[in-house]
Write a protein of this length. Structure first.
Length: 382
């Protein structure tokens, strides 16, 4: 194998495929990337046996076709540090020789026959969706998924294809995000009414891929075991999480009494300021809603206090002040991704979940956050 290609284009493909490579692989071959060179270009592949990804590099001068399994971290590091526009990769015995400008490297390789076979075009039904709409919805929903990989059902995003609406759902047990896209027969190309649980790793890689693509519409292939995306440039396959997803519909508030509309940027800035006066032990912001707006306040011993006024329009509810406490980090995560100038904040009472949604006319999105229980003594200190 001997090829020459643009360093930048190769690094983009390698960085994408390296996102699949596990940190603590049980098999050394899983910590490599497979480079498959031919007259048609170069394929860069990575897998952890649950998620597989293939990225194509088109502008390649292939002097000698072949395949090589090279350590992902080593290859990515070399490409990041090179200042040369072009790189040459040549397999010599059990080493790969990389030349970039005046720099050269020799990297040991692993047997290519040990690298798992990846397939990306299953004959399964597909969802045909508008790319930007799906990407935006995945970004807004995935923030609520738990980052604890041992909680499989919650370290994921639910794809709910039942009925005439596609719902994407994620939760970590304390917050939940639900986004919707209308579906018709043209969008559901053979997809039956069912639920699919996509692991968070697959979700994050799919978002990276969709952000790089240029097509207006894309297809997601779904079957009982995996979800697959494939284009001319990039392909992704991810096994689905087994089991049942929590019954998320029950957590969506059916009735609300107190509704306020707030400028997203105002609330985000206010929460960032208020969180400066919190600690891990007192990670709570008190929201006091009134006819004139909302006051964000915090108090922590040995840290200090804060009081930030944020304008808010009261849409419904009585004239009395309404007080509730939230973890500021949850709401900051939400406000960073909603991509809307305003957010609608709704409550039934101070003990039930708060509902954060977008104004009418925007994408259908709801974010439910459980309030914090604060004792009367602690509350009086805020």
């Amino acid at each position: 194998m001997k090829i020459q290609c643009q360093s930048k284009e190769l690094l983009e493909a390698v960085a994408l495929a390296a996102g699949v490579v596990p940190n603590n692989a049980t098999r050394p071959i899983l910590q490599t990337l497979l480079l498959d060179a031919s007259a048609n270009g170069l394929l860069v592949q990575g897998t952890d046996l649950e998620v597989g990804l293939s990225a194509r590099v088109d502008e390649v001068l292939c002097e000698e076709p072949g395949r090589v399994a090279i350590p992902a971290t080593r290859l990515q590091g070399i490409l990041r540090e090179t200042r040369s526009e072009q790189v040459t990769i040549e397999l010599k015995g059990e080493q790969v020789h990389l030349t970039a400008g005046r720099s050269s490297f020799k990297v040991p390789v692993l047997p290519v026959e040990e690298f798992p076979l990846l397939e990306f075009r299953p004959p399964s039904p597909a969802l045909r969706l508008e790319r930007k709409s799906l990407l935006g919805l995945l970004r807004r929903v995935s923030v609520a998924a738990t980052r604890d990989a041992t909680r499989f059902q919650m370290h994921s995003v639910l794809i709910d294809c039942r009925g005439s609406t596609l719902r994407l759902v994620s939760t970590d047990g304390k917050r939940m995000a639900v986004g919707e896209i209308p579906l018709d027969a043209e969008h559901k190309q053979g997809i039956e009414d069912a639920q699919y649980i996509l692991p968070l790793k697959g979700v994050e890689l799919l978002m990276r891929i969709l952000d790089l693509e240029t097509e207006d519409e894309i297809e997601l292939h779904l079957d009982q075991n995996e979800v697959t995306y494939s284009s001319d440039r990039t392909s992704l396959s991810s096994r689905l999480v087994e089991g049942r997803y929590p019954e998320y519909e029950r957590a969506i508030p059916a009735e609300v009494e107190h509704v306020y509309t707030i400028q997203t940027e105002d609330l985000l800035v206010g929460l960032r300021q208020a969180s400066l006066m919190t600690t891990k032990e007192t990670n709570s912001v008190r929201f006091t809603f009134g006819p004139g707006g909302v006051v964000l306040s915090t108090a922590a011993s040995n840290v200090g206090e804060s009081r930030i006024e944020v304008p808010a329009k009261q849409e419904s509810g009585d004239e009395e002040d309404f007080t509730i406490h939230f973890n500021p980090g949850y709401l900051i995560d939400l406000l960073r991704v909603i991509d809307s100038q305003q957010v609608v904040v709704s409550f039934r009472d101070r003990k039930t979940a708060g509902l954060f949604s977008l104004p009418e006319g925007g994408p259908s999105y709801r974010h439910i956050v459980m309030p914090l229980v604060v004792s009367e003594i602690e509350a009086s200190a805020v």
